[in-house]
Ligand binder design. Structure first.
Ligand code: TA6
Length: 295
């Protein structure tokens, strides 16, 4: 985007001292938000939230130091939007993993400040049979809402995930609660379906699990940073938990070999058995709400 186009966005949408478009990584345009109680970055590339930091807390979202910032590549970290499929496309091995939404440039459709001094930014894009509207609300909590409208005359099925990367002091000492007793697809064990015991999710190896039929909020307990990150949700029946561990991190060229202990994905999703089916003209919203508590 040219300087002129960025300035045009600012003339239309900037809010003095609270929201302004600027060149970010790789020259890609981002919205820099300085709300009363938090800061954040959202790139037009993928409508990708890459940073959220409430006042008096360490950064909450994790971003790889090796991330690409290129139009053809997803940003590694933050909250990629996976849509309209999750993971590899079953009928097309050449299709990009996690769909098309995270590598396209979204349009800005609104920026405003609420009565509670939260900054709300809205982005839109048309993708296949769908109109997507993504609303990001920045304050002491971070709310991300992906609204999907089927604008076609035919029934449509989609998968979606707000693929949230969280910063953690040391994944080997962290635990995730909220999924006890839930069925999951274990992607590091041939996709076998298992049941989470009545205990937290602990991390001792590559962990890649799609938990199904769960409406529960999850809590990432971090005894190193002495905090809990709560991932609450609505409109989502799946939760994905992922850490690549040593070997997979080394295989990803946009993920630092030694970064894996510092991150944990807790993804707010509608995937596999929980994919969404929309009649013509119907809509659905997937909502994630992040908050941080000292522990
Ligand atoms: O959500 C976990 C996962 O599906 C893992 O299997 C891993 O592939 C991760 O997503 C990242 O996918 P990406 O295409 O962004 O490298």
């Amino acid at each position: 985007m040219s300087d002129g186009e960025v300035e045009q966005l600012n003339r239309r949408w900037a809010i003095d001292g609270q929201a302004r478009f600027e060149p970010g990584g790789g020259g890609l345009t981002r919205l820099a938000i300085h709300a009363a109680q938090a800061t954040a970055h959202v790139y037009l590339h993928g409508a990708h939230v890459t940073a959220w930091q409430p006042t008096d807390h360490a950064p909450v979202l994790w971003l790889s130091s090796a991330s690409r910032f290129e139009a053809s590549k997803p940003i590694r970290g933050g909250v990629p939007i996976c849509f309209p499929w999750f993971g590899p496309k079953p009928d097309d091995p050449d299709a990009p993993a996690h769909g098309l939404a995270r590598t396209r440039t979204w349009n800005v459709s609104g920026v405003h400040v609420t009565a509670d001094d939260e900054v709300v930014a809205t982005f839109e894009t048309r993708l296949q049979a769908f109109i997507l509207t993504y609303t990001v609300t920045v304050g002491r909590t971070l709310t991300m809402s992906l609204h999907v409208l089927n604008e076609s005359p035919h029934p449509q099925r989609f998968e979606a995930a707000l693929h949230t990367y969280l910063t953690v002091g040391d994944i080997r000492q962290a635990r995730v609660t909220g999924l006890e007793g839930t069925t999951f697809i274990d992607k590091v064990d041939g996709g076998r379906r298992k049941t989470q015991p009545n205990e937290p999710v602990l991390f001792t190896q590559e962990t890649d699990r799609v938990y199904l039929d769960t409406d529960s909020a999850c809590v990432l307990h971090d005894p190193v940073l002495l905090r809990r990150i709560v991932v609450d949700k609505s409109g989502s029946r799946s939760t994905v938990v992922w850490n690549p561990w040593i070997a997979k991190a080394a295989r990803m060229d946009d993920f630092g070999d030694h970064e894996w202990p510092g991150m944990c994905c807790i993804e707010t999703a509608c995937v596999a058995d929980n994919a969404v089916h929309l009649s013509p003209g119907a809509d659905h919203a997937v909502n994630a709400v992040l908050s941080v508590q000292r522990s």
